[in-house]
Ligand binder design. Structure first.
Ligand code: CA
Length: 742
């Protein structure tokens, strides 16, 4: 009887779960922050670290296994932790700034980061977005949680002897000072790797709820404090910081962490994550697919970070990394738009428009303060990558109804971005004079010239579209014309994008597998597709729809050979492409990430359905080797999020999402105004990746794209999935997504 009752109870539980009691499901519990952490300089499975943070938080916290200064802050195969680090690092290639670490040391006092590491194993580690916990092999335990500008730790030592905390401000003239009256540390770190004004600093406060019995410093910006606790007695450590001043750090401390326990802060962080992750609810698929989905969504919601704080009147203020001054308003940083314009920011404009609105303001603010909008910021302008994708961000936001910024100032900033160059090549438009004179950027006169030409042409289309939408028709006309410049580097004899010098002569020794040179982190196999705004025009160059589809086919069947070209060695992106074994398809890097969707423009949408699903299944998992290349501030994750929903923003600014093949049976997008858009994929399964039929709000739907306004009105896309392709659906010209020349 008891057994029967138990079985009934068990069945009831199953029923509740299968009925999708959404409020009871903690989405944050599906996130694995260790996804992508098993990476090295030579080969990236994501190059991520397990960030404890709130979405877009000003500070992240991570266990540090690498030595101070190494971009590989946490790697899954390491066995020592050297500190728990407040970090702002967007990528190992960009490295960190304003960082410091807190490390419990037990037994003999060791301050040097090369020697103080303590052994741990993954069995005794628990990583979640809201809390990281580890019990070291020596019995010391540490748990921590974070707010945007603060953090709370709980630390215990296994015995009474030698209980220390070492605070490391990473040299560069930083200081750590123990204040006896306040039982607290005041620290300053100047550590940085990028272009910041001379007065740049991160001011931090660390408070202990147990008395310090001894303290000291070394000559490397490190300090220690000593405690006398019972064995296993819990000590709470609270910290907060500011890029403005110690007074502001105190304000941040009092608002976010003063008097609060680890459990309280962690519960709040968990709630924030569940609310943000919950804007997209998926049902169906496997548990592993759900874990991968929410781990990717977590990564998408980390960057760019809030670089602003709230003053004593609760108004947003920020230290500008561009002019070193204090300003009112919003600033965001730590983003390479070359990566994130593609899918991260379009996901924000769709599902997190209030955040997008603040980010757009910060672009215009950066223009006011430095004369340019950022393209790669961390925290100020960084010399990295190419393009004018800030224009894409503003245009995509404007076209989707985000009106938080001054349109005239934005247009002025956009025009300037295309007609000037900063001190470093990635700021403004490198080669703009040649581009305007010749209609392309010449190579070898300008490095990465073909990649630049293609991205400038897309940026020009974005600018034209923005100008048109804001009533500046003359500008629109001129820039729509420039947006066709991609044609000037299409080498008809070879049928690929290639390079020309300033005299118009094609570069010798054509090799579609040659990386670098006129291209950026890729070869012509990848860059030929970078015509986001005009796939129809590109197909004409390639000989027509059939020929373009064949070229897409051959990208997957060509041998995965390479010529490392001007790089002179096998860069990790090349190694990753070879390892995928999918021909010349290099999903581990950005230039090609939209390419599969181009089948929708040439009447063969079923191939987009097949290949996108294949990539979802083969190239991602929720584990430490979960990505097939750099994650890159949410971009490779946002590809998964969109693609698992069944669509992708191929051309930000066009306000369309191009169809693929939904991974889950049901996905619900919660939109502003309480609306919902639901994607049903009936019969979706491993084999059933093809769309047999589709209805939008009950009406037959043959298009290969959804319009932004169709989503925002709320409604229902219903797809019936099948294991065989329907070669009749989505093949008419009107079914193809936006192209300028459609
Ligand atoms: Ca990349």
């Amino acid at each position: 009887m008891l057994m029967k009752k138990l079985i009934c109870f068990f069945n009831l539980c199953l029923l509740l779960v299968s009925c999708g009691q959404k409020s009871q499901v903690s989405l944050v519990s599906l996130v694995n922050p260790l996804m992508g952490t098993e990476s090295t300089f030579e080969f990236s499975h994501g190059n991520t670290y397990p960030a404890v943070a709130v979405p877009w938080g000003m500070n992240f916290w991570s266990p540090q296994t690498g030595k101070n200064g190494s971009g590989w802050m946490y790697t899954y195969k390491d066995s020592l932790i050297r500190g728990f680090r407040q970090t702002h690092q967007p990528s190992p290639w960009i490295n960190d700034y304003g960082t410091f670490s807190i490390m419990p040391v037990w037994g003999e006092l060791t301050m040097d980061n090369q020697k103080r590491g303590m052994r741990f194993s993954h069995e005794n580690e628990k990583a979640a977005p809201d809390c990281y916990q580890v019990k070291f092999d020596n019995g010391v335990s540490t748990a921590l949680s974070a707010t945007s500008r603060g953090a709370v730790f709980e630390i215990t030592y296994p015995s009474e002897e030698g209980q220390y905390i070492v605070v490391d401000a990473y040299q560069h003239g930083g200081s750590v000072v123990w204040n006896k009256e306040e039982n607290c540390i005041y620290g300053i770190t100047h550590y940085n790797n990028g272009g910041v004004p001379e007065n740049f600093a991160n001011y931090f406060i660390i408070e202990f709820d147990k008395p310090v019995v001894e303290s000291g410093t070394d000559e490397n910006s490190c300090a220690y404090v000593k405690f006398q606790l019972e064995a296993g007695e819990k000590m709470t450590v609270r910290t907060a910081s500011s890029f403005i001043s110690h007074d502001q750090a105190r304000l941040n401390f009092n608002r976010e962490v003063a008097g609060r326990s680890l459990a309280e802060v962690s519960a709040e962080a968990k709630k924030i994550w569940n609310d943000q992750l919950g804007r997209i609810q998926v049902e169906g698929g496997t548990h592993e697919q759900q874990k991968t989905f929410y781990s990717c969504l977590y990564r998408t919601l980390l960057f760019p970070r809030e670089f602003y704080e709230f003053d004593s009147d609760n108004k947003p203020v920020y230290y500008s990394p561009y002019d070193g001054q204090l300003h009112g308003g919003y600033m965001y940083t730590d983003n390479g738009f070359w990566d994130t314009f593609r899918a991260v920011h379009p996901l924000f404009t769709l599902a997190y428009p209030e955040v997008s609105g603040r980010i757009m303001q910060s672009l215009v603010n950066a223009y006011d303060e430095s004369g340019f909008m950022p393209e790669w910021a961390s925290p100020g302008h960084r010399g990295c990558m190419i393009g004018n994708n800030s224009i894409s961000l503003l245009t995509d936001a404007w076209m989707k109804g985000i009106r938080t910024f001054d349109k005239d100032k934005a247009l002025e900033a956009m025009l300037h971005q295309t007609q000037a160059r900063g001190e470093i090549a990635s700021v403004g438009r490198d080669g703009y004079e040649e581009y305007d004179r010749l209609g392309y950027v010449p190579y070898p006169e300008v490095p990465e010239a073909t990649a630049k030409t293609l991205e400038y042409a897309y940026a020009d289309w974005c600018l034209a579209r923005f100008a048109e939408a804001t009533g500046n028709q003359e500008i629109a006309k001129a820039y729509y014309k420039k947006a066709q410049n991609y044609r000037n580097l299409f080498y008809p004899e070879k049928g690929f994008m290639w390079a020309r010098d300033a005299n118009g002569k094609w570069r010798d020794n054509f090799d579609a597998t040659e990386w670098g040179g006129p291209f950026t982190e890729g070869c012509s196999w990848h860059w030929t597709w970078s015509v986001f705004h005009d796939p129809e025009g590109l197909s004409t160059l390639l000989g027509g729809h059939e020929q373009m589809a064949e070229r897409l086919d051959s990208m997957f069947t060509a041998p995965n050979t390479f010529n490392y070209g001007t790089y002179g060695f096998v860069i990790h992106e090349i190694a990753e492409m070879v390892a995928l074994n999918m021909g010349q398809y290099a999903h581990g890097n950005q230039p090609v990430q939209h390419a599969i969707y181009l089948y929708n423009y040439v009447g063969q949408p079923w191939k987009a359905q097949y290949h996108t699903r294949n990539v979802l299944n083969k190239l991602y998992n929720s584990g430490p080797q979960g990505y097939c290349g750099d994650e890159d501030n949410g971009q490779t994750s946002a590809w998964y999020v969109f693609t698992a929903l069944g669509f992708y923003p191929v051309c930000p600014g066009a306000s369309e999402y191009v169809l693929g093949s939904p991974l889950f049976n049901k996905a619900t997008l919660s939109l502003p105004g309480g609306k919902q858009f639901v994607i049903h994929a009936e019969n979706a399964s491993e084999d059933n990746c093809y769309i047999r039929s589709a209805t939008l709000n009950g009406k037959n739907f043959s298009h290969n794209f959804l319009k932004h306004e169709e989503l925002m009105q709320g409604g229902e896309l219903k797809l019936i999935m099948d294991c065989v392709p329907d070669k009749e659906r989505g093949v008419k010209p009107e079914d193809a997504p936006y192209s300028y020349n459609k």
